[in-house]
Structure formats: C-alpha cells, structure tokens
Design a protein around this ligand. Structure first.
Ligand SMILES: [Zn+2]
Length: 252
C-alpha cells in the first residue's frame, strides 16, 4: 500500500492504490519485454466508479509511467480531471471490454512477437502444452476489425463474452479479469502458450495432443482457481518486488 499524497487529495485512497497497481503493471510489462514503443496499453477500472478507468498517457513509454501520470477516462471517451493524450484505438478496446463485462476490472493488450505471431494462425492454438491448458477454458478469438471505430468497440464487446484470454486475430493478445494480478496471470500464460504453439510448428513433427478428458477436467479446475482472489497473486507480489528492486519509482 502507498499512502495518498497530499498533492492528490482530490482523489480517493482506492483510486490512488489502483494507480499504483497499474503503474507497477506497466513496469512489469516493461521488464517482461511486452512493449511496442508507444503502442499497446493496460487499464484498470477505478474502484467505486464503474464508468471510469485509468490508462496510460499516450506519450510515455512503459518504463516512464507513474501513478500520477496515468489519465482517467469515462466510457464516452472524455478525459476526467487532468488532461492528457490517449490512444484512440486503446480507448475503443478498453471501453469495449468494460462496457460489456461488468466483472472486468483490469484489461491488458499486447503486440508481442509470440502473441502477434500466433494471432495469424488460421487453426489457432491447440491443446499441446501445460501453458495452454492454463488458459484453455477461457480462450477466445476476435476477428480483425477497423481500429478505433464504434463497430470494433461493439464487436469486442461480443467476443469478450466468450472468454477472458483473447487472441485478437492478425493483431495481438488481450486479457482481463476481476483483479490486476489475475489479468497478468491470464496474459502471462496466454503469451507462453502462443510461444510454445509457434515453437511446435517449427519442430517438423506433429505435437502430442493432451487427452480430451484431461483438457476438460483441467478446464473445470481452472475455472474455480481463476474466480479466486488469489489467482496470480503470489506471482504479482514477486514481480512487484522485482521492479522495486530495479529502483523503479512508479508510486509518484
Ligand atoms: Zn493493438
């Protein structure tokens, strides 16, 4: 927890904590190499304000983002309070998910090489690795649409009903959850699953498929784990310690 600075007395403690978590998330993504210069974005819904979310100021790289540099938006595309530029395609993606899924409190979107690479596969991911098993029950696909348009916002709202670990075809990856750490856990496993899918396609022999009854049993077990607050929490705490150990001063 980080105490609310006097300079930000206009906001709630809960918003400040959400800002610190989101800034930490950007620093973690930077550490993992999930960056694309100024493209791609992560957001959190403001606690107690379901129609507002926090997202990056569209000029900063992930390693520069701090709690107070994040901007606050509503679902109509207005910036609330301190002004700042935002990525229009990013607004479309994040507002589309928040409007369609009231259970989503954090959304992450990346253009990693493995994610964007796997997003080009017509046949998608296969049940061939333990990593893909950890997202299989929530795996969804979203067809490429015209970026930054209302039709794309609405289409994403439909696709995200099918699952919280989404391959955006011809584009990249997206994940969401009721917690920040759960969202990171979903995206981390989806990223790894994509990486292994691509590796398997270079090996020159068909992969072993995981037995359907195991896939089904794991899916049921994962659904329970994913609904729990602890999903991804230990990994999150470890990664926050890691970015702190690099001297990252993101709680400002
Ligand atoms: Zn994108």
């Amino acid at each position: 927890m980080s105490a609310l600075p006097k300079a930000h007395s206009e906001m709630t403690e809960a918003e400040w904590q959400a800002r610190c978590d989101l800034a930490a998330l950007y620093r973690i993504c930077d550490h993992l190499g999930w960056t694309d210069i100024l493209a791609t974005h992560m957001s959190v819904r403001v606690p107690g304000e379901p129609d507002h979310f926090l997202i990056n100021h569209y000029e900063e790289m992930f390693h520069e983002i701090t709690a107070s540099s994040l901007i606050k938006m509503d679902m109509q595309g207005n910036v609330i309070g301190k002004s700042g530029r935002f990525n229009k395609a990013g607004f479309t993606i994040h507002s589309g998910i928040y409007k369609a899924r009231s259970d989503a409190n954090c959304v992450m979107h990346t253009h990693t090489r493995a994610g964007a690479g796997a997003s080009m596969l017509r046949s998608g991911l296969r049940p061939i690795s333990q990593d893909v098993m950890l997202v299989w029950d929530e795996l969804a696909y979203h067809e490429y649409g015209m970026p930054a348009t209302q039709e794309e916002c609405d289409a994403l709202g439909v696709s995200c009903q099918r699952g919280s670990c989404v391959v955006l075809l011809n584009h990249g990856l997206l994940a969401f959850s009721h917690t920040v750490h759960g969202t990171l856990q979903n995206l981390y496993m989806l990223e790894r699953a994509c990486e292994l899918e691509l590796i398997s396609r270079t090996l020159g022999e068909p992969p072993v498929m995981i037995e359907p009854n195991i896939v089904e049993r794991m899916g049921k077990s994962l659904k329970k784990l994913r609904a729990d607050h602890a999903w991804g929490l230990h990994e999150w705490n470890a990664l926050v310690r890691l970015v702190e150990s690099k001297g990252s001063d993101f709680r400002i």
